[in-house]
Design a protein around this ligand. Structure first.
Ligand SMILES: NC(=O)c1ccc[n+]([C@@H]2O[C@H](COP(=O)([O-])OP(=O)(O)OC[C@H]3O[C@@H](n4cnc5c(N)ncnc54)[C@H](O)[C@@H]3O)[C@@H](O)[C@H]2O)c1
Length: 297
């Protein structure tokens, strides 16, 4: 018996990389998986899942295309009768410094990540809200899940990634918004930042497969957390963000006010702010932009 027996799941961008690992893992846990990708790799992933005894079908289309997302979600519901899990994963990078980035590089990254996550969630949310309205009073609502995909770049701001970091940062905030909006329909929305060796990252030396021992960056290591966030075992976990890599799962704390200064029922002046600078920045070693990453990692 799997943790996702009988569940219907969509995984976007699941033809290769971590998305493919998620699709295969969710299928092994018992879910029927609709594998979305913009390339024919969707068919290869479906063939692999079926060969392993799982249930899957392919949807080829871009998540940057509003009507393709509508067709993906509504086609899944029409074919399988429902949708329980949406894993928004599709992505790409087009890195460049702020002074070199083109409009095309900006638009495609924002469209695939931010619009792609929103559009699929939007159509799933319509279905789930309508389904909740048909449930009689006192009857428990079905547990539904969205797992979004951000990046450490979206958390900490990766150099040469204005487009990607802005989109991934937007996905974190959107996760919190959708968690607030959909919780009452028993839809839980969470977000992971994976770190793994995939076609997107394989050129970076730190991701190289070791000759022996623990292969920390094997992309299959990310998927158990996605399956857990997709399962009833994580019911109640909502609006949370995690960095997932190898054997590590890090829960990220939401932004919090660090220090405050008050002018006392009058407008601040430049001189007044200067006089309070020490309080506003108390405890900081440097006033420069924070280093990338987190000391625990
Ligand atoms: N690999 C990492 O270490 C890492 C780190 C941080 C975040 N991520 C994120 O994880 C997700 C998966 O990344 P990956 O490393 O597996 O990358 P990948 O390039 O190996 O896979 C991405 C998949 O998304 C598909 N895709 C691209 N544009 C699409 C579109 N418009 N519609 C549908 N599918 C589309 C691609 O065809 C590909 O199959 C992405 O959102 C990425 O930003 C990955």
């Amino acid at each position: 018996m799997g943790s996702l027996d009988g569940k219907i799941a969509i995984v976007t961008g699941a033809g290769q990389g971590v998305g493919r690992c998620h699709a295969e893992y969710l299928a092994r846990e018992g879910a029927t998986v609709v594998v979305n990708d913009i390339t024919d790799s969707a068919d290869e992933a479906v063939a692999a899942i079926i060969a392993a005894g799982g249930k899957a079908s392919a949807h080829k289309g871009s998540v940057a295309d509003w009507s393709a997302c509508e067709a993906l979600v509504n086609g899944t519901i029409a074919t399988y009768g429902d949708l329980d899990i949406l894993v928004n994963n599709a992505g790409l990078v087009r890195d460049n410094m702020v002074f070199s980035m083109t409009e095309e590089q900006w638009d495609i990254v924002i469209d695939v990540h931010l619009k792609g996550h929103f559009a699929c969630s939007h159509f799933a949310a319509i279905h789930w809200r309508n389904a909740a309205k048909t449930v009689g009073e006192g009857v428990a609502l079905k547990s539904r899940k969205i797992v979004n995909t951000t990046s450490e770049s979206g958390l900490f701001g990766g150099t040469a990634q204005s487009n990607y970091a802005a989109a991934k940062g937007g996905i974190i905030t959107m996760t919190v918004v959708h968690a607030r909006e959909m919780g009452k329909y028993n839809v839980h929305v969470n977000c992971i930042a994976p770190r793994a060796r995939t076609p997107m990252t394989q050129a970076i030396p730190m991701f190289a497969k070791p000759e022996s021992g623990w292969d920390k960056y094997d992309p299959t290591h990310i998927s158990p957390m996605v399956a857990w966030l997709s399962s009833a075992d994580s019911d109640g976990v909502n609006g949370q963000v995690f960095i997932v890599t190898g054997e590590e799962i890090h829960r990220i704390q939401q932004h919090q006010v660090a220090t405050s200064v008050y002018a006392g029922k009058k407008q601040w002046t430049v001189a007044g702010i200067s006089a309070n600078k020490g309080v506003l920045f108390a405890g900081m070693d440097s006033l420069d932009v924070a280093p990338f990453g987190s000391p625990q990692m």
